[in-house]
Ligand binder design. Structure first.
Ligand code: FAD
Ligand code: DLZ
Ligand code: SF4
Length: 508
């Protein structure tokens, strides 16, 4: 009996589970560009263009390898508009009843597949190192889930950077060598250039026509769209940026959106690269003396530590996770997140490059846009939808734990033991943004005071009851309490006035 083999837009791996279980001679691979996926949030145009182009090229590669592929383009008049709709249409066309699928990265789609009248087998997505069962077993009985301990298990499991059962260099984590601010450098390479082609050109026209109104630029299109290109991007990073990755991973610079970051998350998340091939190449660079241990360990930790940990949390916590709001934050997401003018230079820079590239690196996401939303008390569901929409690498399994958990503390402390909040001083230390800002980072009150300074205290005082007893936050409360009364009142009143202006969409 013929089966349908579903391959989603972020499952573009030749060895994806459903393809491994299918019969090339009889089964039909189903791939579809559908409105339901393209519209569940207003995705950045580059994100949709990247996925559709990569999907079309992947389908062509499958055909070259002898698979029969039923591929539906977005503008096909017969397009059913959703993944279940397309499966039903293809099932009728090929007289199929059974579907092989690899587990989608979102509960919404998993449930939609389960709800079809077809016989759908959902196979585990084994592109990840840690299965749901393994993560549940690791989490079982622990008072708190901390990435660092999980990461050590992944090091042992993969043997990456291990000397027998000991970590390479005698330590699991070399972060104390990192966190340096960066300087402008005209010779920093940035990601490799992209060659246009006919498939990309056709998709760009389609996206322009259908999604040109979404937040984000489409052209010039900066991303690779097939496995060969993704491998070029990875090798380019290992050669030109990995050696400095560790030292400067938390740095931010105006006019340099990438610094020494890899810019590979979109390829990895879509299936064009695999976890182990990336980490093995990084480890080989260390063993060959090309990159230092602090960089390679830090980089590998992001992938086998943070990335796997975040996925574990998403599936452990369940479908309600993106709606959590432990701090009861209700403010609407300010228009400046969608490109309205702002005088805060750090926000203008982080959001500007997000608009132009669908990319911001980790510290920009966490300590600029995320920090501001948290300090200002924005509703985390709106923050979540923004991040899911605007980044080319965003899928709910990885975005939600980063936003709801790490960035907004909306899960009440599942991902992190304390909220990631800072005043302007942190941004000033790690970037060159403050030098060209309307606000003064050294000012703590008054018209010119950096809004991060005002809102920092406002946040801490709003949530005093919850955080005062946290040993890692007690010092902050002591500092506030040492201020004289007039200063404390001025900070809180200025913060309140700032929030009022922002809520009325005034220029802030
Ligand atoms: P690098 O800095 O070069 O890091 C290397 C790789 O490590 C990345 O490609 C990525 O695969 C992995 N990685 C690093 N940090 C994380 C992390 N916290 N979680 C998961 N993987 C990580 N990453 C996404 O892939 N999709 C998202 O939607 C996403 N949303 C985020 C939202 C917020 C608020 C924050 C704070 C982080 C988010 N991240 C997300 C994690 C991280 O910011 C991106 O993975 C990274 O910026 C991608 O750029 P890069 O490839 O240059 O990464
Ligand atoms: C993100 C996305 C978009 C924009 N479009 C499609 C699509 O048309 N067809 C498809 O198969 N997948 C798409 N995706 C990726 C899915 O949304 C993704 O598989 C789920 O969010 C689960 O991670
Ligand atoms: Fe951002 Fe404040 Fe620095 Fe301006 S002064 S760039 S608002 S941190």
């Amino acid at each position: 009996m013929v089966k349908l083999v579903l391959v989603l837009g972020d499952q573009l791996s030749m060895d994806i589970h459903a393809l491994r279980k299918a019969d090339k001679a009889h089964d039909i691979v189903v791939m579809a560009e559908v409105a339901a996926e393209a519209e569940y949030v207003p995705h950045h145009p580059m994100k949709i263009a990247f996925l559709f182009t990569a999907m079309r090229k992947f389908a062509a590669e499958l055909r070259e390898k002898g698979w029969t592929v039923a591929y539906t383009k977005l503008d096909d008049p017969a397009n059913a508009g959703s993944i279940p709709g397309e499966l039903l249409r293809r099932a009728e066309e090929y007289s199929a009843k059974a579907v092989l699928a690899t587990e989608p990265g979102e509960f919404r789609l998993i449930n939609a597949l389960r709800d079809t009248p077809l016989d759908v087998s959902i196979l585990p997505d084994d592109r990840f190192l840690c299965s749901h069962q393994e993560f549940e077993a690791w989490a079982e009985g622990r008072k708190a889930l901390r990435m660092e301990y999980f990461y050590r298990e992944m090091r042992r499991k993969t043997g990456l950077l291990m000397e027998g059962d000991k970590p390479e260099g005698g330590k699991w984590n070399f972060d104390h060598d990192n966190r340096k601010p960066a300087k402008q450098d005209l010779f920093r390479k940035g990601p490799p250039k992209v060659q246009g082609d006919a498939v990309l050109a056709e998709v760009l026209d389609l996206i322009d026509a259908r999604f040109g109104g979404n937040f984000g630029r489409l052209r010039p299109f900066p991303y690779q769209t097939d496995r060969a290109g993704a491998l070029r991007a990875l090798d380019h990073f290992i050669t030109h940026a990995l050696p400095e990755f560790g030292a400067y991973q938390d740095a931010m610079l105006q006019d340099d959106p990438h610094l020494y970051h890899a810019v590979i998350s979109l390829y990895l998340n879509a299936g064009l690269l695999s976890v182990l091939e990336i980490c093995k190449k990084a480890e080989a660079a260390y063993r060959a003396g090309h990159a230092p241990l602090n960089s390679v360990e830090g980089f590998i930790r992001q992938i086998i530590g943070w990335r796997e940990f975040m996925r574990g949390i998403y599936f452990l916590e369940g479908p309600d996770y993106p709606r959590r709001n432990a701090l009861n934050h209700q403010r609407k997401l300010p228009a400046l997140y969608w490109g309205a003018e702002t005088r805060m230079n750090c926000m203008a820079q982080a959001i500007g490059q997000t608009r132009d590239l669908g990319y911001a690196h980790h510290i920009q996401r966490l300590m600029v846009t995320g920090n501001f939303a948290l300090l200002a008390g924005v509703n985390p569901a709106q923050v979540h939808e923004w991040y899911l929409a605007v980044y080319v690498d965003a899928y709910e399994w990885v975005e939600a734990p980063n936003v709801i958990g790490m960035s907004q503390f909306a899960d009440g402390g599942v991902v992190g033991s304390k909220p990631y909040v800072s005043s302007g001083a942190y941004i000033d230390r790690m970037s060159d943004y403050c030098k060209s800002c309307h606000y003064k980072v050294k000012d703590k009150t008054g018209e010119s005071a950096c809004p991060f300074n005002l809102l920092y205290w406002h946040f801490l005082i709003r949530h005093r009851e919850r955080f005062e007893g946290n040993p890692r936050m007690a010092q902050m409360y002591r500092t506030f309490d040492k201020m004289d009364d007039a200063r404390r009142e001025a900070v809180l009143a200025d913060a309140e006035a700032f929030l009022q202006r922002m809520s009325k969409d005034a220029l802030v």
